[in-house]
Write a protein that binds this ligand. Structure first.
Ligand SMILES: Cc1cc2nc3c(=O)[nH]c(=O)nc-3n(C[C@H](O)[C@H](O)[C@H](O)COP(=O)(O)OP(=O)(O)OC[C@H]3O[C@@H](n4cnc5c(N)ncnc54)[C@H](O)[C@@H]3O)c2cc1C
Length: 456
């Protein structure tokens, strides 16, 4: 069976017919650039607060074309930022509040989906993380301690046998369970949300790339949208906009989805709880059991393309599919020989300090949200609610959260950026190999790479 490559992602069995493009100049109260989860959640909460608002969303391709329609489907409370850095600036209590609000964003998305009739195959089964060697176990223990200290509740360490009772991953040394996560089908979520906001009266123009943003204006080849608030929700694509080349690094993440597994294979694996599943390697994997009995698994195969170049409709090379298949077969040898149905990739936004931000400049009306470093599915919901409050000039607990107004410095110019990111991921590969050979603690190579990259 041939593996489908690209075609945006496995989550689309068929690519949607695009909505019409902007038919000419338009006036609106709010213009949102980008119809991913950030843009659409912002539109949703603005309409909830004030149904009379005239909102235009301009989308280069179609709603859900970006990471929102390609991701691993972890709707999780994992922090899209460096909690330590934010605590230095805003104090520990503010960060604890942020973490708690992120955890509750998981339920907010589930509640809205239920209330509004969005069927996105959602199962709140939590996240299972596995450690497969001693160094990973040490990191796992430290991260559980840290998550609890930052206010996340209900996270527990599991023994090897408790972990294996959930999912029979090969070589488990220990595990952890975090209840603040649900499995979702990403394209169903983002497309359902687009249809919902359209029903609420938001105008979504697809096939409409915004070529420049300035106070009160978003320019496109088909006309100008004039609005007192113009909000940029272009995450991993941001570097393509004028003046923003070094703003957020477009980090590439790739995935494969298997053909459906047989009942015997599922019996051998377990995974009855539909937890999202990941490991603690530096080049970690993330996975989900899909509603139709496949495994979708992702990792950083080619982490970054020179000069912030972006994939073509999710296309990946054969090497990426082979690499992810090896990762899958190594963690779950029960899948050996299962055909791979689809391989694809996408970009997510990484700020230089690995910390997302939500902001609106009241003087210019320009706003933005993103840079979620791979934790944007729930993060975008919280960002959307927050941007809506900022646009409406409402002072709320959300607008007090420490990521509001957070700005990170620019990435280094090329070729330093490319050398740095490639060097970091080569170092992680080496460190993972050393740790697999039996090191009892994190490899110093990875520690140095983390420090240089300023990763949390
Ligand atoms: C493979 C992969 C796996 C991931 N897995 C997870 C996960 O399991 N859990 C998690 O929390 N996060 C995950 N992420 C990250 C998460 O998907 C993103 O952080 C989140 O979806 C970002 O949403 P967004 O709306 O900000 O950006 P996007 O979804 O990327 O949307 C941006 C939109 O803007 C449009 N656009 C760009 N430029 C322009 C322009 N000039 N004019 C008009 N429109 C424009 C794009 O076409 C796109 O539709 C993953 C990301 C990838 C790539």
């Amino acid at each position: 069976m041939a593996t489908t490559i690209g075609a945006v992602s496995h989550w689309y069995s068929q690519l949607p017919l695009p909505r019409t493009a902007l038919p000419g100049d338009r006036d609106a109260d709010v213009c949102i650039v980008g119809a991913g989860l950030t843009g659409l959640w912002t539109a949703y909460y603005l309409k909830q607060a004030d149904p009379a608002l005239r909102i235009v969303v301009a989308e280069a391709r179609f709603a859900g074309f970006g990471a929102s329609g390609r991701n691993g489907g972890w709707l999780s409370g994992l922090a899209p930022g460096h909690r330590g850095v934010l605590a230095q600036q805003h104090g520990k209590d503010a960060v604890v509040e942020w973490q708690r609000t992120l955890d509750t964003a998981v339920d907010e998305v589930i509640d809205v989906a239920q209330r509004e009739g969005i069927d996105a195959d959602i199962v709140k089964g939590g996240t299972l993380r596995v450690a497969r060697n001693r160094a990973q176990e040490q990191r796992l223990q430290a991260s559980v301690k840290e998550d609890l200290a930052w206010g996340s509740e209900g996270i527990e360490l599991l023994s090897a046998s408790e972990t294996a009772q959930r999912v029979q991953v090969d070589g488990i040394v220990a595990g952890s369970f975090n209840p603040h996560c649900a499995r979702v089908q990403p394209a169903k979520l983002v497309r359902g949300l687009a249809d919902l906001v359209e029903r609420l009266g938001v105008r979504i123009y697809e096939q409409t790339p915004v070529t420049s943003i300035s106070p009160g204006r978003a320019r496109t080849p088909f006309g100008v949208v004039r609005a007192s608030a113009v909000l940029r929700a272009t995450e991993g694509f941001t570097a393509r906009l004028p003046g923003l080349r070094r703003r957020w690094l477009p980090m590439n993440s790739a995935m494969i989805a298997t053909e459906p597994l047989s009942a015997d294979q599922w019996d051998a694996i377990g995974w009855q709880g539909f937890e999202t599943l990941g490991d603690c390697a530096h080049g970690f994997f993330y996975a989900q059991r899909t509603a139709d009995g496949r495994i979708a698994i992702g990792g950083r195969a080619v982490p970054y393309r020179f000069a912030s170049r972006i994939d073509r409709d999710g296309a990946v090379g054969e090497g990426t599919v082979s690499y992810l298949t090896e990762v899958l077969n190594s963690a779950l040898p029960q899948t050996s020989g299962v055909p791979i149905a689809h391989g694809w990739c996408g970009v997510l936004g990484v700020p230089r300090d690995w910390s997302a931000g939500v902001s609106l400049d009241p003087a210019t009306g320009l706003g933005e949200a993103g840079g979620y470093v791979g934790h944007g599915v729930a993060g975008a919901n919280l960002a959307g609610r927050t941007l809506a409050d900022l646009v409406l000039k409402r002072s709320t607990p959300l607008t007090e959260l420490p990521w509001v107004g957070h700005q990170s410095k620019a990435w280094e110019p090329e070729p330093l950026r490319w050398i740095g990111v490639r060097g970091m991921y080569s170092a992680y590969k080496l460190a993972d190999r050393q740790e697999a050979k039996g090191r009892s603690s994190t490899s110093p190579i990875a520690r140095i790479a983390d420090r240089i990259a300023r990763k949390p």
